[in-house]
Design a protein around this ligand. Structure first.
Ligand code: FES
Length: 193
């Protein structure tokens, strides 16, 4: 996924010391070893995934600088990658990140209406997080399921042929799930689609 439509800003410098555990560093060394000598730059995507996970779901400037130092890259090279791919978040997100595909096939099949509906239902605009910290809403480019438009993704769960009714059930289900302290976002589709 790339070409994120959300306007990210690289403003989250927390000035906190950032470091990985020896175990994580070892995982990164293994990743780097997969690439030819001097090509450690190629490991930047998987390393950023690890960094995002370790950093509570987003990449602060401090964390990106740390990744740059580990891979012997210029910080700007890491910023460029992190800001290009929509799977990386440059600011804190809600517990559930709802991504609505806004590319033409989905837009023509109701994707734009879904985005409007979600904005209204959640009381946030594209790119924003609800005040309870539960949902971040964002429009993204093609999610790769064009034949089953309109498509939206919630965390890692793919939801196809979406309708307003399905959105209602999904939001209800996720709120219930969050209320019970469960962590998921992946089981909804199996149950309701
Ligand atoms: S256009 Fe929406 S998934 Fe491809």
């Amino acid at each position: 996924m790339s070409g994120n439509k959300v306007n990210h800003h690289l403003f989250i410098r927390e000035n906190k010391p950032v470091s990985f555990s020896e175990q994580t560093l070892d995982k990164i060394r293994q990743l780097v070893k997969r690439y030819p000598e001097g090509q450690q730059k190629s490991a930047v995507l998987p390393v950023l995934h690890i960094a995002q996970q370790e950093n509570g779901g987003y990449l602060s400037v401090d964390m990106m600088d740390y990744v740059a130092s580990l891979l012997e890259l210029k910080p700007i090279e890491v910023y460029e990658v992190a800001s290009f791919y929509s799977m990386f978040f440059l600011e804190k997100t809600g517990r559930y990140v709802i991504e609505v595909c806004q590319t033409a096939p989905c837009a023509f099949c109701g994707g734009d209406d879904l985005m409007e509906y979600l904005e209204e239902k959640l009381g946030v605009k594209n790119g924003e997080t609800t005040s309870d910290g539960l949902f971040t809403l964002r429009g993204v480019e093609c999610l790769g399921g064009c034949g089953n438009a309109p498509v939206m993704q919630v965390n890692t769960a793919f939801n196809e042929f979406m309708t307003k009714e399905k959105v209602d059930r999904l939001i209800h289900e996720l709120k219930e799930e969050a209320g019970k302290g469960l962590i998921s976002g992946t089981k909804w589709e199996e149950e309701f689609s």
